[in-house]
Ligand binder design. Structure first.
Ligand SMILES: Nc1ncnc2c1ncn2[C@@H]1O[C@H](COP(=O)(O)OP(=O)(O)OP(=O)(O)O)[C@@H](O)[C@H]1O
Length: 345
């Protein structure tokens, strides 16, 4: 089994690509065959981080680690050599005023209401309608998009640019690509914004009609960063039909409105359960939340989605993507059409 000293010795061989010195190791934990390290780099959230990540995993596994957990943070300004301080990268083309991409943030008041499910299915439906679509999985506390879409590969790095993974015609970048082994990630406040900014500047998105962002639930740092970083972002708020859920979601909507983001509409998820045998609908989580929220935010209810799972026996299965001919898949197509219409008008 590797010792802490051996791990530190091995990591000395790995260089921080920006300052050309050994990477700064903040923490090493070893538990049986599992080695977890926390590393600080001059910059993160970019192609170079992914390369360092790969080097560390290969080195530690080569030396006998069974699995490797990695966490990254950035060196402080004081730790950086003078010439590396305060670099100002300028505005990425995707964010420039003549960018043709419409940003759509998908938000919710609380977790577990289906925000990520709505994001990936709306993205897939927009792609099915012939649009060029990207997704940023910015839900740092529960980056679930790759699993939901059945993505197993990692983005490729070509000429220092990260090329998103494409699935169902949707280009995907996820926080999950920047950690190994599902290690829990604890991001400090300012890093989140930087990471997001890098997702715009370091990723080769190509031309996009729509870029959807799966935000963390609630009205925390990342949600706020998105609001300030993307002044013309549109928003979709997801809620369940329960009155309390709608009440909490109203806060996310209020934040969008306060920062001048147009709320495209509300999606009510888990609206009811429909019996396949009798066709009877049961309103398991209550009723009326979506309507109430839409009214409160002076926007439209874009659709109501019943409870249901994708068909497991289909080809090209992904755990959370409904097929185009699935009852719920059809609902998503209708929502996607409404979204396009609302944006064009
Ligand atoms: N209409 C639905 N019918 C059945 N299950 C659903 C439906 N929508 C979502 N789910 C399931 O509910 C769970 C939560 O969904 P999801 O992860 O999309 O929520 P979330 O709001 O993004 O949560 P978090 O922010 O905590 O990641 C998942 O297991 C998902 O598969």
């Amino acid at each position: 089994m590797l010792s802490r000293e051996e791990v530190l010795e091995l990591l000395k061989e790995i260089k921080d690509p920006f300052i050309h010195k050994s990477v700064t190791v903040r923490d090493v934990k070893i538990k049986e065959g599992y080695v977890s390290v926390k590393v600080a780099l001059a910059q993160t959230g970019n192609a170079e981080q992914m390369q360092v990540q790969q080097e560390i995993v290969n080195t530690l596994k080569g030396a006998g680690a069974e699995s490797v957990g990695l966490r990254f943070e950035e060196l402080t300004q004081d730790e950086l050599p003078g010439d590396a301080r305060q670099s100002n990268p300028g505005m990425p083309p995707l964010l420039s005023p003549d960018s043709k991409t419409t940003f759509i943030a998908v938000a919710s008041g609380k977790g577990g209401v289906g925000k990520s499910t709505v994001t990936v299915n709306l993205a897939t439906s927009l792609a099915r309608l012939g649009k060029k679509v990207g997704v940023i999985d910015a839900d740092i506390y529960g980056f679930s998009v790759p699993d939901m879409m059945g993505i197993e590969e990692r983005p490729k790095i070509i000429d220092d640019k990260i090329h998103p993974v494409e699935r169902f015609g949707v280009k995907v970048i996820s926080m999950a690509f920047f950690v190994e082994d599902n290690a829990p990630v604890i991001w400090r406040g300012p890093m989140l914004g930087k990471m997001l900014n890098n997702f715009f500047s370091e990723v080769e998105w190509g031309e996009l009609d729509y870029l959807l962002l799966d935000l963390p639930p609630g009205t925390g740092d990342v949600a706020l960063d998105v609001h300030t970083m993307l002044p013309s972002c549109k928003e979709i708020i997801v809620t369940t039909p329960h009155a309390t859920a709608a009440f909490v979601a109203a806060r996310a909507g209020a934040m969008a409105i306060k920062t001048n983001h147009e709320v495209l509409g509300v999606v009510e998820n888990m609206s009811y359960f429909e019996s396949k045998v009798t066709g009877e609908k049961e309103y398991v989580f209550g009723q009326g939340g979506g309507e109430k929220l839409a009214e409160e935010l002076s926007t439209d209810l874009l659709g109501k989605l019943p409870l249901g799972q994708p068909d497991m026996d289909k080809d090209d299965f992904a755990p959370s993507i409904y097929e185009q001919d699935h009852l719920i898949g059809k609902r998503y197509m209708e929502i996607a059409e409404k979204v396009i219409e609302k944006i064009n008008n």
